[in-house]
Design a protein. Structure first.
Length: 323
């Protein structure tokens, strides 16, 4: 990792994966229970499962329900049923983020003790106003670069949003297994980011970092829409003294309008009751993962299909290691 971190971290250089002796592979699929799996989320699940199986490793499922207002009742169990129907069995009991908040508080307390956290009372509208006055154009739903309004206000950390205080020189570089070298200037491209909201809910950034460390995750395989979060998460790993896993960001599945498949774009839930349709769905997912061929199109059992797909993924790993 190419980085100019606060000197107190003294973490050295990382590159999207620990340089220490290899540890047994542990991967995970971490869906948010905002609705059933669709082709896009199945593709991500399949890619992460295949990577774990091709490495002879463990595959975990973590329900990321830390944002409780967005959680749809029953969606978690439906997702687990869908994964089982498609043969994507996990190796340890699934976990729920909503049951792990004490771990996130412990991580936050570490950062508070290091003086890296401050309270913020800014609303999105207030941040937009500051940015617009500075001549920054803002599009709808755009992630806002925090201008640092509350950095030196010394607000209470009890009843405000809590932000990570970044140094001005904070360029994070890492190597994605599929996309190659990546770099992001956190100070200029993101700004101090929120770890706990004003309503007391922990954010994805903190929760995922704490969970990956607690579950000893060595490889993160996820959609390319989360690529922009990686530098923040690596920075948090450094701040907390955690190891950095290897990252692989998968191509996104899009609709005819070029939009990422999601609940917001009304993506259809995947079929669970017809083997033929399920195999066709798996083949579509394999196409996006770059491992589709005529062998995978045969009318075979789902278990056989997954066995062949794992061989194809293993061939991909051989090319990855030789490149």
């Amino acid at each position: 990792m190419t980085t100019s971190l606060n000197p107190q971290f003294n973490q050295g250089t990382r590159s999207g994966g620990s340089r220490q002796s290899p540890k047994p592979y542990r991967g995970r699929f971490a869906p948010s229970p905002t609705g059933p799996l669709h082709l896009g989320s199945l593709t991500t699940a399949l890619g992460s499962w295949l990577d774990a199986r091709a490495h002879g490793g463990m595959w975990l499922v973590r329900i990321e329900d830390v944002d409780t207002p967005r959680t749809v009742p029953g969606a978690d169990q439906l997702i687990l049923e869908q994964l089982k129907a498609y043969g994507l069995e996990w190796d340890e009991e699934p976990t729920w983020q909503s049951e792990r908040t004490s771990l996130y508080q412990k991580g936050l307390d570490q950062l508070i003790a290091k003086g890296l956290i401050y309270g913020c009372q800014c609303s999105r509208k207030q941040i937009e106003d500051v940015l617009q006055l500075a001549g920054v154009s803002i599009s709808p739903n755009q992630e806002l670069i925090y201008p640092g309004t509350c950095r030196e206000q010394h607000l209470s950390i009890e009843n405000h949003a809590l932000r990570m205080r970044l140094p001005k020189d904070c360029v994070i570089g890492f190597v994605d297994r599929g996309l190659g070298k990546q770099s992001q200037d956190l100070h200029r491209q993101v700004g101090d980011f929120v770890l706990r909201r004003a309503d007391g809910l922990f954010t994805y950034q903190l929760a995922v970092v704490v969970d990956d460390q607690a579950q000893r995750v060595t490889h993160v395989v996820r959609g390319a829409d989360l690529l922009s979060n990686t530098a923040r998460q690596i920075y948090l790993q450094c701040a907390l003294g955690y190891e950095t896993p290897h990252y692989l960001h998968l191509p996104l599945v899009t609709n005819t309008a070029g939009e990422k498949l999601s609940k917001q774009t009304q993506a259809a839930a995947i079929e669970m009751h017809s083997r033929e349709i399920m195999l066709a769905t798996l083949n579509r997912a394999a196409h996006y993962l770059g491992i589709a061929d005529t062998t995978l199109a045969q009318q075979i059992s789902i278990a056989q299909w997954l066995g062949i797909a794992t061989e194809r993924w293993n061939d991909r790993l051989v090319k990855e290691c030789s490149s």
